[in-house]
Design a protein around this ligand. Structure first.
Ligand SMILES: [Zn+2]
Length: 377
């Protein structure tokens, strides 16, 4: 009896000391959508290994081709492909409980392989929630506050479920690079796993549908409307002010000579810039509501160029369009704040609000105006 009480006391002390993060993880839902992620394209061969016995089938006819043993290397090359499209799934285990090593890198789920002429494309068939476990640590630092990680998990899940047509022509749904979301194997953490599990199936929702939930690293002080960045007005993607401004200050420098040569032959030598000085949250003819550069006039000895802020960002590798520019001692000096396109959720902003005590739903409704969270499954 005493021993029992003592054990209970130790358990209470342990869980109190450890806090929420180390408490037992909740169980995931039984059902979830499957996504197809392109892992390798234009390759001749791949080496696979599965954690449990599997079955290889012809995707089109659904006919079984062969059984695949657990833990054994399975080499597939373009000349040995038994059909133009094959799938390998667990014989008795569900996709979420199956692990596959693709050229030694571990993923959850099964594999689909497409033969395309003289090459093959290797695709991971993954349950969405397991896929997110591989994605989230690449999108946000795993030691950040749980409420920030939860907000990021919902935004990342929304991205997946909204963008399943992106690579339709290539035979899968999402790629594994920054074009979609970086996915290079399962390096999972308790914190990011927990953020995914406790928000299982939740997406950003408005007007009866799942809506785009873009995110970026840091707004610099105020986010930007989708209209000013991508051209089309989106109700829930408006510019919103942050608690902290002038975050993540950065500087990028060029010599006047280097800058001028990047502007092309006809431009001549840089003379001056015409751009309203930056005040975060103050618009001008050449600046948006948040203060981001809409366009700047760049005056050279040969001609004057009016360039969009976004184009300047790309051309001169700037971290954001929330910047000032000046010429000083033979140098062009760009100085700005924030990182990324500035639309939707700011990751550093989410971290700040989470540390201030905001819950993930409050964080999401700050960045996605008028949107709610909906649990789809
Ligand atoms: Zn992509």
């Amino acid at each position: 009896m005493f021993k029992k009480i003592l054990t209970a006391m130790i358990a209470v002390i342990f869980f109190t000391a450890a806090g929420n993060v180390n408490a037992a993880l909740p169980k995931p839902n039984a059902w979830q959508p499957e996504v197809l992620i392109g892992l390798l394209g234009n390759v001749q061969q791949v080496n696979l290994s599965f954690s449990a016995p599997c079955v290889m089938t012809d995707t089109l006819t659904k006919q079984q081709i062969q059984k695949v043993s657990a833990g054994k290397d399975l080499y597939i090359d373009v000349s040995s492909m038994p059909a133009n499209s094959i799938e390998i799934r667990g014989d008795k285990v569900a996709l979420k409980d199956l692990q596959v090593w693709v050229n030694g890198v571990m993923y959850f789920g099964g594999i689909k392989i497409l033969k395309k002429g003289t090459t093959i494309t290797v695709i991971n068939i993954a349950p969405v929630e397991e896929y997110l476990r591989g994605v989230l640590p690449n999108e946000m630092i795993q030691s950040w506050h749980l409420e920030a990680l939860k907000a990021q998990a919902v935004a990342a899940r929304t991205f997946v479920l909204k963008n399943r047509q992106r690579h339709k022509n290539e035979g899968y749904e999402l790629c594994a690079t920054t074009h979609c979301q970086v996915y290079n194997g399962m390096k999972t953490f308790d914190t990011t796993d927990r953020a995914i599990l406790v928000t299982c199936g939740e997406v950003v929702y408005q007007g009866g549908r799942t809506v785009d939930a873009p995110f970026h690293a840091d707004s610099g002080g105020m986010t930007e409307s989708a209209e000013n960045v991508w051209g089309a007005k989106v109700a829930h993607l408006q510019a919103v002010a942050e608690d902290e401004t002038q975050t993540q200050a950065w500087t990028v420098k060029f010599t006047v000579k280097d800058f001028s040569s990047r502007m092309g032959n006809a431009f001549g030598t840089l003379q001056r810039f015409s751009l309203t000085p930056l005040t975060i949250g103050k618009s001008a003819a050449d600046r948006t509501t948040s203060g981001r550069v809409k366009y700047a006039k760049i005056i050279g000895s040969g001609k004057t160029v009016q360039m969009k802020g976004d184009e300047m960002r790309r051309k001169f590798s700037l971290l954001s369009t929330l910047f000032d520019v000046k010429i000083e001692n033979g140098e062009v000096i760009f100085s700005g704040y924030g990182k990324g396109h500035g639309v939707g959720l700011s990751q550093y902003g989410a971290k700040h609000y989470a540390e201030k005590g905001w819950t993930y739903d409050k964080i999401l409704s700050h960045y996605y105006k008028g949107a709610t969270i909906k649990k789809l499954y």
